[in-house]
Design a protein around this ligand. Structure first.
Ligand code: URA
Length: 234
């Protein structure tokens, strides 16, 4: 490695450290003495236990025919999620739209095509990451899920993420960010730093559907995605 590469790498590390520290400070943590065990990187792909896969499969079965909230009545498909169960990276969106309900797959409409491009720009192929949503059934007219719908479905999202044991979670939009953080702050306040969900680094960014309407925010979203890449590599 050339000295200038070393310096660039060191600058990137310091940048990430600054991000992490400001996130912890904003979360009220002023002092820490050791890295808790649950902040250590997730196990490597090869050594990840298959228990996660079994848990995920069991969860899918448990959700089959779900009628826990009103959203079941308008659905064609329950959109559980898809991707690599061994991926270190999980994207969480809001809920299925029309196309997703038709196909039973997350993010396959216009917003999904933008998400695919974002994933490719990060240096991954879509099947290498895992994609899911807060609610698994389409809200009518693609409205934002209501709090009781989120309450009914989020325990399954939480178990899904636990089973996946990712190294990083990327929340797409306010609904995912607020559900995972248990906070009502706007996405503009939640992005720009690293949070933690049950010990897993969580980075919040704009929803691809929002970016389709507000292209000027794509640069900010790219900054967030670069933090995701940096955290994955750290
Ligand atoms: N928007 C979402 O939040 N999720 C999808 O799966 C599709 C669009």
């Amino acid at each position: 490695m050339r000295p200038e590469d070393d310096i660039r790498e060191l600058a990137a590390c310091l940048d990430r450290l600054r991000w992490t520290v400001s996130g912890l400070r904003a979360g009220g943590i002023q002092e820490w003495r050791h890295v808790p065990r649950n902040l250590t990187p997730a196990k490597s792909e090869a050594s990840r236990p298959p228990a996660g896969e079994a848990a995920l499969e069991a969860l899918g079965l448990e959700l089959k025919g779900c009628t826990r909230c009103r959203l079941h009545s308008g659905r064609k498909s329950l959109v559980f999620g898809e991707g690599s169960v061994r991926s270190g990276l999980v994207f969480v969106g809001e809920g299925p739209g029309f196309e997703e309900d038709q196909q039973g797959r997350p993010f396959v409409g216009r917003a999904g095509r933008l998400l695919d491009k974002m994933i490719e720009a990060m240096g991954f192929h879509r099947p290498e990451v895992y994609i899911c949503n807060v609610v698994k059934c389409r809200p009518p007219e693609n409205r934002t899920p209501q709090s009781d719908e989120i309450e009914a479905c989020s325990p399954f999202l939480f178990r899904q993420i636990e089973a996946l044991a990712p190294k990083v979670i990327c929340a797409l939009g306010a609904c995912a960010a607020q559900t995972l953080l248990g906070r009502a702050s706007p996405i503009s306040r939640l992005r720009g730093r690293i949070h933690f969900w049950r010990g897993v680094p969580l980075i919040c960014t704009f929803h691809p559907a929002y970016l389709l309407r507000n292209a000027a925010q794509k640069g900010a979203a790219w900054q967030d995605l670069k933090e995701v890449i940096g955290t994955l590599r750290s």
